[in-house]
Design a protein. Structure first.
Length: 526
């Protein structure tokens, strides 16, 4: 039974799903070293934002197949290293959207009406009506940075208050924004026009420190800032200076550079700063949603299916998945056959899709080809998650092309491996959903079932050669399951391909090589 480690608090609903197929250990609050010690025993790891999944932990995670991030942001997971190691990283992109949007709106109103500050005086039994005069948000301009899932939900809610919503997001079309009634603008304009600026961006190289002194200078005097996205997108010292100068009238922060934050920071003693301890996703509904979402994906991956929200693999719709799935074993085996029968150092792999196959989404098939090509050399360390990275780091170019022509077949897949010694090409097709065939190899017509042990012997097409090979194999007590000979012209070069029921020992292969007319002999395992 696979083993799952849950290293941050996870809703029971998610754990129950995992328990149906795996042994689940919940062990929270572990240090990096403690995690390193135990992670080797697990097939899956589930985290929220409390665990930082570092390269060191991934190095120790010898059996890990999947990391489930019960939430949106994967900035606490070293995704590039996980990808290199072939570990799928999944998240729950939509499970806490509403929770985070609702908290953002709560923060915006709390900031505008001084609710937390007023509450603090009330519990001291003080009655301060005049001190806490606020503003109305009605007709004010909200500038949203990052009009993604949460940004859009915040926009809708703030529009219902009569706010004018503008947004900066270079990756969303003006039409999509317009359909939400949001005016899409450039960053500077968004900063200049907003009475409120609310951040809904991912934390990455581009967004880290994106709001700093220069950006505060552009803003309106008395602007209010809300960050329920990630700490570090706003430069804290620049924010403190802008709050002190009065440029920023107030800030509401749910997220911090380190969590728990450094409470000695001035941010926690300023009267116009409202803070919460990363509560954006902290609703019962959101926690249940994200737990179920990642647990289901982990179960899917354990059962050999695709994860619907993998961040280091392209997402596939069920339709696409159904169309590509039957081709994956054939693609991998054809590439493996090409790799095991090539001479020299590979520099390029070209994948051609012909006929009906050219019309479907072929990305996963290309990944399977790369896996098949690299696996004879790299073993199980290569899989469909890390195959493109592995190919790139080995200087292997992957070139894809498509043509509606399938020749005599409805669909054709051709894999060509270019090495410093030449080009090796294998073409295959599927009959029905399962019947895999290699129909051409090195230019010779063929009818090979790519499975088990296969012997490949280019030779001169003349009487006696095939018979002698058959006799040698038979005398060695090995059964030949099928034999195909491909030739273009009688009496010239040909290729003999045999499916055999057991591996042929080296000395027998040597005997076959010595048969007059045999050019070379290669035994491959598919
Ligand atoms: P999302 O991916 O749906 O939206 C992010 C948007 O930002 C996208 O539309 C993207 O195009 C845009 N974007 C990316 N880079 C940008 C850039 N450089 N400039 C401008 N726009 C850019 O994500 P989401 O679910 O809306 O989450 C938004 C943020 O909120 C994430 O950082 C997430 O981790 C965080 N979050 C926080 C909490 C919380 O508890 N406080 C809860 C959920 C999500
Ligand atoms: C998220 O990215 O999903 C939120 O920050 C919530 C969380 O970390 O759990």
């Amino acid at each position: 039974m696979p083993r799952v480690l849950v290293s941050d608090k996870l809703a029971k609903e998610g754990i129950d799903i995992l328990k149906q197929v795996a042994e689940v250990d919940v062990n929270t609050g572990l240090s990096e070293d403690e995690l390193c010690k135990i992670i080797g025993d697990y097939d899956a790891l589930v985290v929220r934002s409390g665990t930082t999944v570092t390269a060191k932990i991934l190095e120790a995670a010898k059996n890990l197949k999947i990391i489930g991030r019960a939430g949106v942001g994967v900035d606490n997971v070293d995704v590039p290293v996980a990808t290199e190691k072939g570990i799928i990283v999944v998240n729950s992109p939509g499970g806490n959207t509403i929770a985070a949007a609702e908290l953002t709106v709560a923060m915006l109103l709390a900031l505008t009406r001084n609710i937390p500050q007023a509450y603090c005086t009330m519990i001291k039994k003080e009655w301060n009506r005049s001190k806490y005069v606020g503003n109305e948000v009605y007709t004010k301009v909200l500038g949203i940075l990052g009009l993604g899932k949460i940004g859009q939900e915040v926009a809708k809610r703030c529009q219902s208050f009569g706010m004018k919503v503008i947004a900066y997001d270079p990756f969303i079309s003006a039409e999509a924004a317009a359909s939400l009634g949001v005016e899409l603008v450039e960053l500077d304009e968004c900063l200049k026009r907003g009475d409120y600026i609310s951040l809904h961006l991912p934390k990455n190289k581009e967004t880290l420190g994106m709001i700093s002194t220069k950006q505060f200078e552009m803003m309106k005097d008395g602007v209010r800032i809300i960050n329920c996205a990630r700490g570090g997108i706003i430069d804290d010292s620049a924010l403190i200076a802008a709050l002190k100068s009065g440029k920023v009238a107030g800030a509401a922060l749910d997220v911090f550079v380190s969590e728990p934050p450094d409470f000695s920071s001035e941010l926690f003693s300023m009267p116009n700063v409202v803070t919460t301890p990363h509560l954006g996703a902290s609703t019962e509904e959101a926690q249940t949603n994200v737990a179920i979402d990642v647990a289901e994906q982990i179960v899917d991956v354990f059962q050999g299916k695709s994860a619907r929200s993998a961040v280091n693999m392209p997402a596939l719709s069920p339709d696409v998945l159904a169309a590509v799935q039957p081709w994956l074993p054939l693609a991998e085996r054809m590439a493996s056959l090409a790799a095991q029968t090539s001479e020299g150092r590979p520099s390029q792999i070209s994948i051609r899709y012909g006929g009906e196959l050219a019309a479907i989404e072929t990305g996963p098939i290309s990944r399977a080809v790369v896996v098949g090509l690299l696996r004879p050399a790299l073993g199980e360390s290569v899989n469909s998650v890390n195959a493109p990275v592995m190919a790139k780091t080995r200087g292997l170019d992957v070139v894809e092309s498509k043509s509606p022509e399938g020749g005599d077949y409805a669909s054709l897949l051709t894999v060509s491996v270019t090495t410093d010694k030449g080009v090796n090409e294998v073409t295959g097709t599927l009959f029905g959903a399962k019947d895999m065939r290699v129909v051409r190899m090195r230019g010779f017509p063929m009818d090979l079932m790519p499975e088990g042990v296969v012997l490949i012997a280019p030779h001169t097409d003349k009487p006696g050669v095939i018979g002698q090979v058959g006799t040698i194999i038979g005398n060695a007590g090995i059964n030949i399951a099928s034999m195909h000979v491909g030739r273009k012209t009688a009496g010239e070069n040909a290729i003999m391909v045999l499916n055999v029921d057991a591996e042929i020992p080296t000395e027998i292969l040597q005997k076959i090589t010595e048969v007059k007319g045999i050019d070379s002999v290669k035994q491959v395992r598919l």
